[in-house]
Ligand binder design. Structure first.
Ligand SMILES: *Cc1c(COP(=O)(O)O)cnc(C)c1O
Length: 416
């Protein structure tokens, strides 16, 4: 039985360890069930022949931690199995995974076409850092082949060839769903890579490589680790696309530390349990909030009225656990709402086992111009819930009383 034939829950529960004969560890002496943390920065060699053999990958082994280490290898194999990829590389943040992927595949004088409304940090990377290094970005208004074809056609002549498309399978905070099959076909026809940030969907909600995407990236900081104690990221895909990312990450010093890799593997062991519960809670909350006084709009791809609902049923195997909604009272109502919450925590991240609320206009999208915030869906009344694993009734009760407080101010009774 190989890891490939097992269900994702089985792969996760065993932290990716192979089954039976395929298990690579020696049978004697008995091996620890939990993997040790290998903190060594460097490995020692018997002679020149051994150093050559390891360097040239004729013999398994590690040399120097920046090039790779056992804990990263375990995590990489696990995430590759989840994504249905042949290879993965672990980086010291989601941004590091994105920058290593782009730097490996795009060079000065070339262009990236990206969806408008990406994670704020990714937009800042493209606009401020890569632009400075001579890589241009052209924004497509929607994560659709039509909008990307339009954006490709509008690249100025000095923009050079379009090398990569960059989208999020479920975008932040608009929760738009990318048309991955259509975008993959367009990318292929233009000789560009389709790079998909799958952080919000997780491999349990979407497997972008199945739809012809070239590289999948993750912020492991979020659902994969799930316990708010790691910053990390991964890129996964076929070796032809991932080997260059690995070399770039090693050269730029972007690799993940052993402790972070170990903690991420530990977190992943329960991803299927956490995410199933989170998605059930999120669907119920989205329904509960829809049409309520004080809430002008609810964004959740599992609601039939969501513009991407039909696409979501084709591309996603679950609707995710993020729910965005807009308060009619704008920023002052958001302030009252957040201050009134008793259970739900105000924290600018997502994917933890507890429910958090976040205000994109002042956190992830803070650096964007006002009109770009609105274009990204991060308008003044928008709050984003990362729904956790708590008991649903407790979450609904907290949301209800905080919405009351937000409304109180609207009716002129002033903030508490
Ligand atoms: C958080 C996040 C990132 C960046 O990841 P870090 O681990 O914070 O570097 C990238 N993309 C998405 C969708 C994210 O949510």
């Amino acid at each position: 039985m190989t890891t490939k034939t097992l269900g994702l829950g089985t792969i996760l529960a065993r932290a990716g360890r192979r089954v039976g004969a395929a298990e690579s560890l020696p049978a004697e002496p008995p091996q620890p069930l939990a993997e040790p943390i290998a903190l060594a920065s460097v490995y020692r060699f018997a002679d020149l022949e051994q150093v050559d053999a390891v360097w040239e990958k004729r013999q398994p082994g590690y040399i120097y931690r920046r090039f790779g280490h056992p804990n990263a290898a375990t995590l990489e194999a696990l995430v590759a199995a989840l994504e249905g990829a042949e290879a993965a590389v672990a980086c010291n943040s989601g941004m590091a995974a994105i920058v290593a992927t782009l730097a490996a595949h795009v060079k000065a004088g070339e262009t990236i076409v990206a969806q408008r409304g990406l994670y704020g940090g990714t937009e800042t990377l493209l606009r401020e850092q890569l632009a400075r290094l001579g890589v241009a970005t052209c924004m497509a208004d929607e994560p659709t082949p039509e909008a990307f074809a339009w954006a490709c056609a509008s690249v100025p002549p000095d923009g050079g060839p379009v090398r990569a498309f960059l989208v999020e399978s479920i975008a932040n905070p608009s929760l738009k769903v990318a048309d991955l099959p259509g975008l993959a076909a367009l990318a292929r026809s233009r000789g560009a890579l389709l790079i998909v940030d799958n952080t919000f969907a997780t491999p349990l909600g979407c497997r972008p490589l199945q739809f012809g995407s070239s590289v999948v990236v993750h912020s492991a900081t979020k659902y994969l680790n799930g316990h708010s104690d790691v910053v990390g990221g991964l890129a996964a895909g076929p070796p032809e696309h991932i080997d260059p990312v690995r070399r770039t990450a090693a050269a730029m010093g972007l690799g993940m530390s052993p402790l972070d890799a170990w903690l991420t593997v530990r977190g992943l062991k329960t991803l299927h349990l956490r995410f199933a519960r989170q998605q059930t809670n999120a669907a119920a909350i989205a329904k509960h909030l829809s049409g309520r006084a004080g809430v002008s709009k609810v964004l959740y791809p599992g609601l039939p009225e969501h513009p991407d609902y039909a696409l979501a049923t084709r591309v996603l195997s679950g609707f995710g656990a993020m729910v965005s909604f807009e308060l009619t009272g704008g920023a002052p109502a958001v302030d009252r709402f957040i201050r009134a919450l008793r259970l739900i925590t105000f924290a600018p991240s997502l994917g933890e086992s507890e429910t958090t609320v976040m205000y994109p206009a002042r956190t992830s999208h803070r650096d964007l111009a006002e009109q770009d915030k609105v274009a990204a869906g991060a308008g003044p009344g928008l709050v984003r819930l990362s729904v956790g694993t708590e008991d649903l009734d407790d979450l609904l009760a907290d949301l209800d009383q905080a919405l009351e407080a937000a409304l109180d101010g609207d009716s002129g009774r002033g903030p508490r």
